[in-house]
Design a protein around this ligand. Structure first.
Ligand code: MG
Length: 377
């Protein structure tokens, strides 16, 4: 499959995907973004054969796109799903948030390869995505999961004793609760090793991101939560490790550059020449330490959400989205993010993830409950 559809095309993963796709000579068949803005318009001009989808166009953008792109242009969730189901494509899902779930499911149901960067798909709709993956091919793009996927390649899952996800520890590694109560938005946005969008950067600082990745790994590899661990590795060179039943550990190392896992998801099981600089193993000491679970309680909340199952991970995720938004607007403090999530989880009546509707309902309920929890602070 040498055709690619990029969902979340104007975001960080989307832009890097286009760079990789251009270099590999993939044809870009479709581009989707949230808004009908200038950024998507520029991409639409550059990739003149691609279908264009804006999920939530404003009125002015919508009118301009209709004039300019005619039948190439579609809008709304329906058009996004149609693009994701375009046959014979590798669909790179770089949508931010739970809005990416339906596109993941329909792309797999259409028999496509889904290069999944939208971790919320597995977090909020894990059982639905796992079922859909029987019709298609699910390849992770998240750097840790790509690392695990590459370590497991050629191995048997029953011989895996433990997955070890690495966490950089974020900008606040080593800080205690008293310090963390006072940190501001700018500090939280300064991630030491990875360059990413604002929500995932805050999620890295709280370790919510690592918690989402634990749930993601559970669904991706079908392992119970007591066989998924997290270790802090500040250099972000080891992207994750797999421990096998004989005690052997396999690790995936490399520079911190999303173009590596994106490219692997496009070329798997083959590899192609890369553009990223080679990592000089003689120049960096690699260290590992346990997570400070007192200063970063969100990680254990994620484990509790994953073990609770059903729609509880969806509630965890929705609560975090609302709390991060409130933090970015300086409405609540840094520690309140985990506080809001805990309150929402306490409130949530989890049901089975039987349909996308069940997930949406849980998402709406949790957002309402999170907004109330924010307002109380
Ligand atoms: Mg990651």
């Amino acid at each position: 499959m040498r055709s690619v559809v990029v969902l979340g095309a104007t975001g960080s993963v989307g832009r890097q995907t286009l760079e990789v796709a251009d270099r590999l000579g993939f044809s870009v068949e479709g581009l989707a973004a949230r808004r009908a803005g200038r950024e998507l318009e520029e991409l639409a001009t550059r990739y003149e054969r691609a279908a264009i989808v804006a999920v939530e166009p404003d009125e002015a953008g919508h009118a301009r796109y209709r004039d300019r792109f005619g039948k190439r242009y579609g809008w709304g969730m329906g058009a996004l799903a149609e693009l994701a189901a375009r046959p014979g494509c590798t669909v790179v899902n770089g949508v931010v948030g739970a809005a990416g779930l339906e596109a993941s499911i329909v792309s797999l149901q259409a028999g496509n390869r889904l290069a999944l960067a939208n971790k919320e798909s597995l977090v909020v709709g894990g059982p639905l995505v796992v079922a859909a993956a029987e019709s298609g091919e699910l390849i992770p793009v998240d750097s840790e999961h790509s690392a695990l996927f590459q370590c497991i390649h050629g191995e048997a899952i029953p011989e895996v004793s433990r997955l070890l996800l690495t966490a950089s520890g974020g900008p606040f590694r080593g800080r205690n609760v008293t310090d963390l109560a006072r940190v501001g938005v700018d500090e939280a946005l300064a991630h030491p090793t990875w360059r990413m969008g604002p929500r995932i950067t805050i999620d890295s600082a709280t370790l919510v991101n690592k918690g989402l990745e634990v749930i993601e790994a559970h669904f991706l590899f079908g392992l119970p939560f007591d066989r998924v661990d997290v270790v802090v590795h500040p250099q972000s060179i080891v992207h994750s490790l797999v421990e096998f039943v004989d005690g052997s550990l396999k690790a995936h190392l490399g520079v911190t550059d999303m173009r590596i896992p994106i490219q692997y998801a496009l070329t798997y099981p083959a590899r192609a020449d890369g553009v990223v600089p080679r990592f000089d193993i003689t120049r960096t000491a690699l260290t590992f330490e346990p997570v400070d679970r007192v200063a970063f309680p969100a990680l254990d909340l994620a484990y509790a959400a994953g073990r609770g199952g059903g729609t509880l991970p969806a509630a965890f995720n929705a609560a975090d989205e609302v709390a991060v938004e409130a933090f970015l607007r300086s409405r609540i403090g840094f520690l309140d993010i985990a506080g809001v999530i805990a309150e929402v989880m306490e409130d949530h009546d989890a049901v089975d993830v039987a349909s996308i509707d069940a997930v949406r309902q849980a998402d709406r309920d949790a957002r309402r409950s999170a907004a109330a929890a924010v307002a109380r602070r």
